[in-house]
Design a protein around this ligand. Structure first.
Ligand code: PLP
Length: 308
């Protein structure tokens, strides 16, 4: 199998001290522009859009969404029409994420935050489908059953790249973890780190995506206490911990997804959750384009997050 991304060891004094073997699957390197896991999730969806007679793809996201950004690029590259239903006011079209999406010809439609809450309701979807007939509607985050195919390749690739005991990945809508759980077939300990508060509902979202035979797998769990205050939130201390980690390891991170996975790992390692000699694989899902938006909003000092 052709591996889309490399796997590399992480050298960090804490891991050395605790005798842990930590590696990172660099899906952030899959593509220079778009988020790795979003790329994998879109693969099968692009095939469906192209082969089942659709006029284009319609999907949803926030104004800084990695999914919207990735979808815009993927459709541009494949010459597929695409509509992005964006949460919030139209002035966001000038932020870094949406400026690029527009450059890639995504047609942006802004809706209020209140309307956006209905994004998964069947009545709202039916209304959109009536308005945009022949468009293939992909849910927020690109997390549908078709997405599992591409994400499952993370496991197929790891089977060739290394042996491991444990895998950790950041979780937003759950599609990425669902694809990993499905492909892993109950072999390794799998941890998802939700980046949102009160994320217990993700157990149901993930089960809804899984095929029946995967519902019996009991090797995965969500670590619900590492959301750092909620989606997009992070403390100055968390930011400093991540900046220190970036300096030590030369692994680029952002504080919305991959950063929360790292903070969870560091905490668990400090608490001796893992056994000496354990081999842990982190999945770097990408998302680095988000740093630009955080910098625009003066929430980070961009040079601190550069690897150098
Ligand atoms: C979307 C995203 C995730 C979460 O993936 P889900 O499939 O929505 O759970 C993790 N990391 C990055 C960088 C993302 O953009």
């Amino acid at each position: 199998m052709h591996c889309l991304s490399p796997i590399t060891p992480i050298i960090h004094p804490l891991f050395t001290k605790k005798k842990l073997n930590v590696l990172i699957k660099r899906d952030d390197l899959i593509h220079p522009i778009i988020s790795g896991n979003k790329w994998r999730k879109l693969q099968e969806n692009i095939v469906i859009a192209k082969t089942q007679g659709y006029k284009g793809i319609l999907s949803f996201g926030g104004a800084y969404s990695n999914h919207v950004h990735a979808l815009a690029f993927a459709c541009y590259q494949e010459n597929i029409n695409c509509i992005g239903i964006i949460r919030g006011e139209s002035h966001y079209e000038n932020n870094a994420t949406l400026t690029q999406a527009r450059k890639w010809k995504m047609d942006l439609k802004f809706i209020t935050r209140q309307e956006y809450r209905e994004r998964n309701d069947s009545a709202f979807i039916a209304q959109l489908q009536a308005r945009y007939p022949d468009y293939y509607i992909v849910p927020e985050g690109g997390s549908n059953k078709a997405a599992l195919v591409g994400v499952g390749n993370v496991i197929q690739e790891l089977d060739e790249q290394c042996e491991f005991d444990t895998l950790i990945v950041a979780v937003g809508s759950g599609g990425t973890l669902a694809g990993i759980v499905n492909a892993d077939e109950n072999r390794h300990a799998l941890y998802g780190v939700p980046v949102l508060k009160n994320a217990e509902y993700l157990y149901d979202s993930i089960k809804q995506l899984l095929p029946d035979q995967a519902l019996t797998y009991n090797n995965w769990q969500l670590l619900l206490n590492y959301h750092g205050g909620g989606y997009g939130k992070f403390s100055e201390q968390d930011a400093n911990t991540l900046i220190d980690f970036i300096k030590k390891t030369k692994i680029p991170l952002e504080p919305i997804y991959s950063g929360k996975m790292i903070l969870a790992l560091l905490d668990l390692v400090k608490k001796d959750h893992f056994k000496p000699g354990e081999k842990i694989v982190l999945v770097h899902t990408g998302g680095l384009q988000g740093l630009q938006g955080l910098s625009e909003q003066n929430r980070i000092h961009l040079p601190d997050w550069n690897i150098s």
